[in-house]
Design a protein around this ligand. Structure first.
Ligand code: HEM
Length: 633
């Protein structure tokens, strides 16, 4: 178990060693001629490692005036010693020498130095008009499916994002986005009103020129979308449930999340709700409760507090593992990536040797994986970053309609619903009105396609969104506005700051696509440096097998491993003392298919025949007859 050693704030620095520096140097030379994704797999894997060393050194920036803001050993005081062994829902005490690090309400960090994130003028924010870009470059013309993925992959990433971050909107400050001529949004006043992001109170002069924003959720990979981002909320969500379990609501033999008196699901994070989230939140609450059953059976003398704490650790680690070795290789289906992500979890020696010999190297993340290799924050205290938020703006994943199938009767097509029909208060519609259960809905998500992350593929539903709290928004306009408002560098600046070559022309950016290049040229007034990050990423040619851009991938190379490497409960106390023998086996032996099959046995047959749980599943006989675009390309 880790213990605090010093009572002064620690310093955050990282200098790659000589071998790492040599690797960076060599690959910089190679990449002038060949990008990492065109190299043979294992040489590509080393290339990704070299990129990560450089990013760890140069692309982690704290936004607090001093390390003191992360807390110091013993401050804040840990009133209950249980948090030495388990997660605190507020996110406190993960790093015992900096106990506030990553807790709810801490600021987003940066992947670029703050001098590049100075506050933009109102004119910069509105140029070119974000609504115009949304109309011309984001609005879906026809549904373009991502045929290597299933809809579960789309729901999964939103589910994860809700664990990691959420900005707060201001209640007083607003943008008036001018509407282009002829825009039908609001003919009466010619503008679109959008709340600004709430800025954190400036702590020093730098904050006044480069504002900082707070994360409402904990930054840690701690399942806060399920368990809440405060101790008080966790207690509420457990309710009266026994044996360390989370409260659920049984209705006609179906287990649902409980609802509050306004019909809002009782869970850690319930905004932007739709059926995809309903399904995954329910699934992982069921998983938590199943882990509790197993722990109670194996350790009958444990208190229910200990059962809850351990089940949460296990459930969170399982989600982190699924994300690392299943979801990521599905959306980035490149051989070098598959090897790299497996190595993040198991090390290059692989799962089989790990299971046979355990950690061959005590501290090397490369040889034996990040879990258990020792927590380390490199050049800055752990915090998710504004740039990290930006690259997860993947609203194009949402289709217009979902075709539903009955997994209990051979996969027959049952109904088709628009996303509106299964969003917010209507999220459970197919379960309450169509006679379907979660098994059917999960099968449905297993064979429906999400949208591809590309231009002109954002659904009208999200570009004309009415939320239950009365907002009427175009999420396309907002996606652009937020990046600009929060001073996330535009595409070319971003590439330079992430050590990539900038696009020298619109045609170079689009990889020779003349039509798109001309459109960009017109909308960005001939200035390629003005192209928004989101738009540039959607227009650049993708590496083979990739579901999003190589530019966005640079943030992933750095932050995907950081989420594991900084976390004491993953990189540090990764042992049976913390997780229990049963818990360790549950995580290391399990995956998404196990979770699905455990709770919905009707899926077992299909899952056995299918590959990655986030790629389209093998269809049941009865689903073959359906020829709609939702499941056919
Ligand atoms: C039905 C599906 C969805 C709905 C209704 C929805 C709605 C929203 C809304 C209302 C916001 C806040 C806008 C603002 O800044 O004022 C938002 C932000 C965001 N959404 Fe979605 N979304 C959906 C799906 C997704 C998916 C699939 C992803 C993929 C990862 C995603 C990623 C994000 C991100 C990264 C943000 C920014 C959060 C922040 O600024 O802290 N969303 N979404």
């Amino acid at each position: 178990m880790s213990t605090p050693t010093k009572d002064v704030p620690k310093a955050y620095t990282y200098t790659p060693g000589l071998p790492q520096r040599a690797l960076i140097f060599v690959y910089k030379g190679i990449n002038k001629l060949i990008p990492w994704h065109k190299l043979p797999s294992y040489i590509g894997v080393l290339n990704i490692a070299a990129l990560r060393y450089e990013l760890r050194q140069k692309n982690l920036h704290d936004v607090y005036p001093s390390g003191n803001y992360q807390g110091t050993p013993g401050c804040p005081h840990m009133s209950d010693q249980q948090y030495l062994h388990t997660r605190h829902s507020d996110g406190l005490f993960n790093d015992l020498s900096a106990p506030k690090m990553g807790c709810a309400g801490m600021r987003f960090g940066r992947n670029v130095a703050r001098e590049y994130t100075t506050k933009p003028s109102e004119d910069d924010i509105m140029t070119p008009n974000p609504r115009l870009i949304s109309e011309d470059l984001l609005k879906r013309d026809t549904f373009k499916p991502a045929t290597s993925l299933n809809l579960l992959a789309a729901a999964w990433i939103q589910f994860q994002v809700h664990d990691w971050f959420q900005h707060e909107n201001s209640t007083t400050e607003k943008f008036d986005v001018p509407l282009p001529d002829g825009d039908v949004w609001s003919p009466s006043d010619g503008k679109m009103v959008v709340e600004k992001t709430e800025v954190d109170v400036p702590l020093d002069e730098t904050d006044k020129v480069a504002p900082a924003y707070k994360n409402q959720n904990t930054h840690w990979w701690d399942g806060s979308q399920i368990y809440g981002s405060s101790e008080a909320r966790t207690t509420e969500l457990r309710g009266q449930a026994k044996n360390g379990k989370m409260a659920v609501d049984e209705q006609n033999l179906v287990t649902f999340l409980p609802r509050d008196p306004n019909g809002i699901p009782e869970t850690g994070f319930s905004s932007n709700w739709w059926l995809g989230l309903e399904m995954l939140h329910t699934l992982f609450v069921l998983e938590h409760n199943a882990i509790c059953d197993e722990l109670v059976k194996s350790y009958p003398d444990w208190t229910f507090e200990r059962v809850f704490d351990t089940a949460r650790l296990v459930n969170c680690a399982l989600m982190a593992k699924i994300h690392t070795v299943e979801w990521t290789p599905a959306i980035l289906a490149h051989p070098a990536l598959k090897i790299s992500m497996e190595a993040n979890w198991w090390g290059v020696l692989g799962e089989r040797l790990y299971k046979l010999l355990g950690r061959v190297s005590k501290t090397s993340e490369a040889i034996s994986g990040i879990p258990g290799s020792g927590a380390e924050h490199h050049a800055a205290p752990f915090a998710l970053t504004e740039e990290f938020v930006s690259v997860y703006r993947m609203h194009a994943l949402i289709p217009d309609t979902i075709a539903f199938f009955d997994a209990h009767s051979g996969g027959a097509h049952k109904s088709t619903h628009t996303i509106q029909d299964v969003a917010f208060e209507k999220a459970r519609n197919p379960l309450l009105s169509d006679g379907l259960d979660f098994g059917d809905v999960l099968y449905t998500f297993g064979i429906n396609y999400p949208g591809a992350i590309t231009i002109n593929n954002m659904p009208d539903f999200l570009r004309d969104l009415h939320t239950p709290d009365g907002r009427h928004i175009d999420l396309g306009t907002i996606d652009l506005l937020r990046d600009r408002e929060r001073s996330v560098p535009r595409y070319n600046a971003f590439r330079r700051l992430f050590h990539m070559a900038a696009a020298t022309s619109f045609l170079a950016l689009t990889g020779g696509n003349v039509e798109v290049a001309e459109k960009l040229d017109r909308l960005y007034d001939g200035d390629v440096d003005k192209v928004d990050l989101l738009i540039g990423c959607m227009c650049e040619p993708l590496p083979k097998g990739f579901g999003f851009s190589d530019t966005a991938f640079r943030v992933f190379i750095l932050m995907a491993s950081r989420r594991l490497k900084s976390d004491r409960f993953i990189a540090g106390d990764w042992n049976a003392e913390t997780y229990s023998e049963v818990g360790m086996k549950w995580v290391q032996g399990g995956g998404m298919k196990d979770v699905l099959g455990r709770h919905f046995p009707v899926l077992r047959g299909v899952l056995e025949k299918s590959g990655n749980a986030f790629a389209p599943w093998v269809k049941m006989e009865g689903s073959m007859e359906y020829m709609g675009k939702e499941t056919n390309a």
